[in-house]
Design a protein around this ligand. Structure first.
Ligand code: PLP
Length: 282
């Protein structure tokens, strides 16, 4: 199931060709994107997602269609989605730098996609993760802005390769580590750990994406009296934590039950409490 809208709000055939072969997004992955969960017609954290899209465009030094165009396209998809049969969708907002040797006019679209059984299983049953090296130091981001470490670019081939590596090791998720053995993020998610009544996540200054789901979880947790901390922690902290989660817009707050083949603390009651906190935002 796909519903595709252009940025003027027109709904178009999702099976018809949309991009030219010489679009830089196609040729080089030179573009940016966001994935937003829409549940019961309500897009979750749309403001933070659009803020992050704008930040990615700034880091990429590329033009971005105005915010109202993204909101219009998102609404067009939402209005055309079959809510009676599909109560949730993943809404992709995609923007490329446009044509090679073109005038820099960006090309964008919004596309609604079904949420598959694989995602539902991960939400329900949790995941086994492996730690994999990402190959950079946590202080690299400021020194090397051209690496686009905190931008959500279309170049996700490495992220997908890491997930295939995890699968080959019998796991479903990856926790990337920096050269100093600190925890970074997942290929498509933010890592959160619990230490008593404190939730901890890695700082975006380490070169990771600022997660909208983690942000929503921390917002609700603080209101409910939890402490929250944004500070670096080593891989060993994953094994000592009271709980570990991978947070992402579509998979929500997914519990990790195994890391590198070792079972970790994965209390179902604590998981239910954390999930309730996140859901209390909506
Ligand atoms: N980190 C990376 C690399 C991601 O690709 C994503 C989302 O796809 C996240 C973190 C989680 O972000 P969000 O919670 O906004 O979906």
């Amino acid at each position: 199931m796909r519903v595709l809208a252009l940025l003027d709000g027109t709904i178009v055939d999702p099976e018809a060709p949309l991009f030219r072969a010489d679009d830089l997004g196609v040729m080089r992955g030179d573009g940016i994107f966001e994935t937003v969960l829409v549940a019961g017609r309500q897009p979750r954290e749309l403001g933070p997602h659009l803020d992050r899209l704008e930040r990615s465009a700034r880091l990429m030094q590329m033009r971005l269609p105005e915010r109202a165009a993204w909101e219009r396209a998102a609404q067009a998809v939402i209005d055309s989605w079959p809510w009676d049969t599909e109560p949730e969708m993943a809404l992709k907002l995609v923007c490329t730098r446009g044509l090679d040797e073109g005038d820099g006019t960006p090309h964008g679209f919004a596309m609604g996609m079904q949420i598959g059984e694989d995602t539902r299983r991960k939400r329900r049953d949790g995941v086994a993760a492996v730690t994999l090296e990402r190959g950079f130091a946590p202080d690299l981001m400021d020194r090397a802005p051209w690496l686009l470490l905190s931008a959500k670019t279309l170049s996700y081939a490495v992220n997908m390769a890491a997930l295939r590596e995890a699968e080959s090791r019998g796991a479903q998720e990856v926790i990337f580590t920096a050269t100093d053995d600190s925890v970074l993020e997942g290929p498509t998610s933010t890592v959160v750990i619990a230490r008593g009544r404190t939730l901890v996540t890695t700082p975006p200054s380490s070169g990771i994406l600022q997660g909208t789901t983690q942000g929503a979880l921390f917002r609700a947790a603080e209101q409910a009296g939890w402490r929250t901390e944004v500070s670096a922690f080593p891989v060993s902290a994953l094994f000592e934590a009271d709980g570990v989660w991978m947070c992402s817009s579509v998979r929500l707050v997914t519990q990790v039950h195994t890391i590198d083949g070792t079972a970790i603390k994965a209390d179902p009651e604590l998981h239910a409490e954390i999930s309730r906190l996140y859901e209390s935002n909506y």
